[in-house]
Design a protein around this ligand. Structure first.
Ligand SMILES: [Ca+2]
Length: 449
């Protein structure tokens, strides 16, 4: 007679056990800065910028010294981060145009959709930049809630106007909002409210918090600019505004992190900080690497990165493992105990974060971006980079030949090696194989529409 009783007991307990499992899943807070350079935090070597809150965050977890964005522009970098796949396999290779064409391919399960399967509540507070009309809106791509801007940037941090041709202002889901205040402050206020509200429910949440700062236009709140001016009176207007924007962003992130702490959720939270692409040369602090945003040289791709998870990730730790933005998808899914499609390109680096030994991935890395307006006739055309081990093949512009560098010997990518080099030929072949996959996927996607 014991068996039916046991089965009944098990059945009664199952929902509770499932509930407990959901309750024990970590909250995930993914904070992304926009166009923040590799050395623009004081803990990353900045000489003029003061970022005490991010410095503390980096000290509480593991930093990666060789973390790469998946592209050197906003849209492709975000497409990769949210799908775990190379950007040109899931979306156009450059920044997405306005319009109602479906941008993200239908076979890609977005990160919030993957997490929702395990009971996560999901929110995007900040910049989406993967389409600003249906069917591309955040709430149509896995986010229960969206507050922020859909387009590439605010044209003005105080009036919240956006670029011509894109949806205007700040939004809550599909409703435009008329608000006052600096965009960074508004986003932070929403993030703090969301953390407070969600913390009371006990449910696990994924808060994707991609700030628009310190992307242009460089407009910090006056008090923050005055602080920088009093400390560094000789700076150019653009550089002073940029530093003030970064310091204001740091303060804002400090407020969001404090909300987690005050709500008693810090111990349960897996917090990640990074940038979507490298900074703009001349504006960000030089870091010894070539190029910047929109280039596929190291300066356009290498970004600051840290991950914090109390009791799981050792404070003050560091890794020189090579990882990319698209690797965040499987890493976050594994941390959350969520299964994901093994055909994605990203590879989890959770074992490294947890202090386990993890061999370097045996893979060829590909980066894609479209050239900007300054490229003249090349503008809008794709260009590529390809890396295996320390060898990197990179295209300086769409119409220019590829260049080969050995990154350990030449980290500044100063002296291209001959195109007859066997590694040049090998990497070129690997890039062609990737492009064949992109063409085949694009054809398949078109045929399913
Ligand atoms: Ca960006």
């Amino acid at each position: 007679m014991k068996t039916p009783l046991l089965i009944l007991t098990a059945l009664l307990l199952m929902p509770l056990a499932a509930l407990r499992a959901a309750e024990q899943r970590p909250h995930i807070l993914l904070i992304v800065a926009d166009d923040l350079g590799l050395a623009d935090l004081s803990c990353c070597g900045a000489k003029q910028v003061q970022t005490p809150h991010l410095d503390k965050l980096f000290a509480r977890g593991m930093r990666f010294t060789r973390f790469y964005a998946s592209s050197s522009l906003c849209s492709p970098s975000r497409a990769a981060m949210l799908t775990g796949r190379y950007p040109d396999l899931v979306a156009p290779p450059g920044n997405l145009p306005a319009g109602d064409t479906k941008h993200l391919v239908s076979y890609a399960v977005t990160l919030p959709n993957a997490l929702k399967k395990a009971g996560y509540r999901t929110a995007l507070i900040g910049k989406w930049h993967l389409g600003d009309t249906s069917p591309n809106l955040p709430t149509e791509n896995g986010f229960d809630e969206f507050r922020g801007i859909t387009g590439p940037m605010v044209k003005d941090y105080f009036t919240h106007a956006q670029q011509k041709g894109t949806a205007k202002g700040l939004w809550h889901n599909t409703t435009p909002l008329a608000l006052e205040g600096h965009v960074t402050d508004i986003l932070t206020g929403w993030a703090v409210d969301y953390i407070r509200t969600m913390s009371k429910t006990g449910e696990p949440f994924f808060l994707y918090l991609p700030y628009n700062a310190p992307h242009s236009p460089h407009q910090a709140p006056p008090a923050w600019l005055a602080r920088v001016r009093s400390r560094l009176p000789d700076l150019s207007e653009a550089r002073a505004q940029y530093i003030a924007q970064v310091e204001h962003l740091d303060d804002s992130i400090g407020k969001a992190l404090a909300a987690l702490r005050v709500a008693g959720q810090e111990e349960r939270s897996f917090v990640i900080f990074t940038s979507d692409n490298g900074g703009r040369p001349g504006l960000t602090q030089p870091h010894g690497l070539r190029g910047g945003k929109n280039d596929l040289y190291e300066g356009g791709l290498r970004v600051p990165f840290c991950a914090v998870w109390p009791g799981r990730i050792a404070p003050g730790s560091q890794s020189d493992r090579i990882a990319l933005g698209m690797d965040l998808y499987p890493t976050i899914c594994e941390a959350a105990g969520v299964s994901y499609d093994p055909s994605i390109n990203g590879r989890s680096f959770l074992p490294t974060l947890l202090g386990h030994s993890q061999p370097e991935e045996d893979r060829t890395l590909i980066w894609t971006v479209t050239a900007g307006k300054s490229a003249g006739a090349d503008a809008g055309r794709p260009m590529y980079a390809c890396r295996r081990g320390d060898w990197k093949l990179v295209q300086p512009a769409p119409s220019k030949p590829m260049q080969l560098f050995h990154l350990r010997d030449d980290p500044g990518e100063k002296t291209p090696l001959p195109s007859s080099h066997p590694e040049f030929v090998r990497l070129q072949r690997e890039l062609q194989a990737h492009l064949a996959r992109v063409n085949s996927r694009s054809r398949a996607e078109r045929e399913t529409k």
